[in-house]
Write a protein that binds this ligand. Sequence first.
Ligand SMILES: [Zn+2]
Length: 311
Amino acid sequence: MNYKEKIKFLHNVFGESRLQNDELELTVRCPNCGKPGKRKMCIRLDTDLYHCWVCNLRGRNVARLVAMKKPSAVSEYNQKFKPAGIANISTQSLPEFDPVSLPENYRLIMENTRDPDSLAIRKYAHSRGISDSMLWRFRVGYSDEWKLRRRLIIPSFDGDGNLNYWVARSIDKDPYIKYVNSQAPKVAIIFNEIDIDWTKPVHLVEGPLDLVKCVNLNATCLLGSSLTENSMLFYELALNNSKIILSLDPDARKKQDKIADLLKSYNLDVYTASPSFGDIGDMSPKEVEHLVSHPVQWNETSNLQNRIKDL
Ligand SMILES: [Zn+2]
């Protein structure tokens, strides 16, 4: 595709511009924070994602950016240059939530190895293939809070290192409630975003107990088996144009297909690497690494083949 006309149009709107990254990105003066001569607003010409490196203004609909600078140019932009098939994702519609805090008297398992509660949880962790170093690495802890007793608690931190979620898994065999989660809405957070490098391929698994097995991978979890466009995770993946490798459990194959289709519809590079039987959470980190070392690229044909297999 030739972006000559689009570049000319955007140059006229923002007054100054420069092409970079194989002529796929145009940098312009940010309509929010920009000073003359400073082109910190980066626009992807193919996907319409934009991001200012200074004020962090970001989105995926350049029409909104045009509106900030020259409202009269918006309709022409939408008619001529808006990429087809790209809906407008925005984080504005995400629910607000109160800051998450750690459970009462939260302590790390590995710092309290003599405490009987901690001991029982550590034993459970070992039985699930979660080693001491993984308990350290994922900052796994426990709490005295009544509803959280005998639960392995995995905290999650956002990109700035602030707590944004936690998950508490019962260590008992047939618990009344298997998981107790913190209150924040799942769509508004990214589990352990602090560990993710968006410029590298991102691995997605279902839950935190799968994620701990991805100890050597650039990974996060869905906190379930679905992903919607209106979620922080989807937004970041699209914004960063990340390469994505999906590793959901075999019983979620159809849901995985759906996620792959959705990501693909945003032109993202999608791969799958799912176990044919058994769950990621029951595998060792080495086995998971081996599994994802040969991911299969997702395209319409692979989806069709999967559907035929299901018949
Ligand atoms: Zn800015």
